[in-house]
Write a protein that binds this ligand. Structure first.
Ligand code: G1P
Length: 271
């Protein structure tokens, strides 16, 4: 069973400036609800019991958001507002399942994952990248089903435009398992159009094996001088670890860019 999830939240969110100059992007409301709550709800609905947030000193506001129960208590005492009471209960529920670790230097997603090493108890865990919202169908839940069936690592995947491959981790297909699931033979972080093995991109949902930590310990910085989870995954694949790409059926919303963030509010409001 996959019981633990990790969420890297230490990114600076520069693509969303000025909104992120004082405010963490994950707390920005999308149709009246902070982006991070969509991610947490996906986790809860997928059966996750514990979530590890990787934050930084600059993003402590995220912790404050989930630790503000005294404020709620005072308000509820004065005002018997049912909606606020329900929000309070929801926040308490989230708080109970979240642990915090710190990544104060932006050294990449791989480095962020490494910070959670001592908290991961099982052989596999889930990672969600908070910029990637997937609505209409719970992607994590579908991936957990695939993981159980094949006892393999799983990554969410989607076809992207050929001229846009350098924005993503791109993988090469080994063989097709069935309509929406493929075995991966290689994965490359943000390749040029020339070097890309396909137009199949990795989207921010991963079921990773615990062995990833030992690979990350010796992982050299890659693209842009950062330690990428994609590079550690490639090392595992070369060591014959099974990685499956799952073409999810939900709707993908890129909340990490300004145009994507605006669109996601509209799409969720209409859904
Ligand atoms: C990260 C990963 C990349 C993946 C993408 C999905 O990139 O490094 O492989 O395709 O998420 O959103 P980032 O969005 O952090 O640049």
């Amino acid at each position: 069973m996959i019981k633990q999830a990790i969420i890297p939240l230490a990114g600076l969110g520069t693509r969303l400036l000025p909104l992120t100059s004082v405010f963490p992007k994950e707390l920005l409301p999308i149709n009246g609800k902070p982006g991070i709550e969509y991610i947490l709800d996906e986790c809860i609905d997928a059966g996750i019991k514990e979530v590890i947030f990787i934050i930084s000193n600059k993003k402590k506001m995220i912790k404050t958001y989930f630790y503000n129960d005294n404020f709620y208590k005072k308000i509820i005492k004065k005002k018997k507002d049912k909606r606020i009471k329900n929000e309070y209960k929801k926040i308490l529920r989230y708080k109970k399942m979240i642990k915090f670790v710190y990544q104060n230097k932006p050294l990449g997603t791989g480095d962020a994952v490494l910070k959670t090493k001592k908290f991961i108890k099982d052989n596999f865990f889930l990672m969600l990248l908070p910029d990637d919202l997937i609505i209409k169908k719970n992607c994590s839940k579908s991936m957990i089903k695939i993981h159980k069936k094949y006892n393999a690592s799983v990554m969410a995947s989607m076809n992207v435009r050929k001229n846009n491959v350098s924005r993503w981790g791109i993988y090469k297909l080994k063989n097709k398992i069935n309509k929406n699931n493929y075995l991966i033979s290689d994965v490359i972080e943000k390749p040029s159009v020339k070097k890309a093995p396909s137009n199949k991109a990795v989207i921010g949902r991963y079921i990773l094996p615990r062995e990833i930590f030992s690979k990350l310990l010796t992982q050299k910085p890659g693209k842009g001088g950062e330690i990428h989870i994609t590079d550690a995954i490639q090392t595992l694949i070369q060591n014959n670890k099974k990685f499956i790409a799952h073409n999810f059926s939900g709707k993908y919303l890129d909340c990490g860019s300004m145009s994507g963030y605006i669109k996601s509010t509209l799409k969720i409001a209409r859904s």
